[in-house]
Design a protein around this ligand. Structure first.
Ligand SMILES: [Zn+2]
Length: 225
């Protein structure tokens, strides 16, 4: 049994089902979780220079410079490090740019969590991403996002609260293609970096949710990785 704490870095295009897998992993394995999106949203609420600037950059569709999420990761790592009973950590939505991958590597070394790092790419094709995102719907009441894979039947009402589901205006073919291009530009280099270091584990994201989950579990449990 490997005693080193696990660090799972989850990468994937929009529509790959990362959110679903994250929730399963958190629930079933009790891992800590750091999501860059959540950290930025929380930081944005603080009424100071950086808080206001994050809000304005996000509102204008801009990109937050790497030092900001990095500072937030380090603060979160410190909090987690000081907790007892640490089993492991999932990092979602990062690193994006290659320099964030380097910074993250240094940080994991600093906190002595670099012995059991798994970089998992939940891989789906562009066609699948477009098919899923242009069909997905959101609940205006509870913000539940319903993803349909290619072969699923559409549903009209939120399974949680029964409210009629709506489509987000940006979930068009064009909007999705823009997001995919952004992913390739931002994250493509980072994916190739992990690939060249033989660190990237690709999982077929076009399988069922449970099959994707069990593939991730196999990766986590494989101590030879
Ligand atoms: Zn709902």
């Amino acid at each position: 049994m490997n005693k080193n704490p696990l660090v799972l870095i989850l990468l994937g295009k929009s529509g790959a089902g990362k959110g679903t897998q994250l929730n399963l992993l958190k629930e079933r394995l009790g891992l800590e979780f750091i999501g860059t999106g959540d950290l930025l949203r929380a930081r944005k609420k603080i009424d100071d220079f950086t808080g206001k600037k994050i809000a304005s950059v996000i509102d204008n569709g801009g990109i937050i410079v790497s030092s900001i999420p990095f500072k937030l990761w380090m603060d979160s790592f410190e909090v987690i490090k000081n907790k007892g009973d640490f089993k492991g950590l999932i990092i979602d939505g990062s690193p994006r740019k290659i320099k964030e991958a380097w910074l993250l590597e240094e940080a994991l070394e600093w906190y002595e969590w670099d012995k059991r790092v798994r970089v998992v790419l939940i891989d789906i094709s562009e066609e699948e991403a477009i098919a899923r995102i242009t069909r997905r719907k959101t609940c205006p009441e509870c913000n539940n996002i319903i993803m349909f894979s290619k072969d699923d039947a559409d549903i009209e009402n939120c399974p949680k609260c029964g409210t009629k589901l709506v489509k987000r205006p940006e979930d068009t073919v064009e909007g999705t293609k823009k997001r995919l291009a952004w992913f390739e530009e931002e994250v493509g280099q980072t994916i190739r970096y992990y690939e060249e270091k033989n660190k990237l584990i690709r999982i077929n994201g076009e399988q069922s949710v449970e099959d994707v989950y069990s593939d991730i579990i196999k990766v986590i449990e494989d101590d030879n990785n």
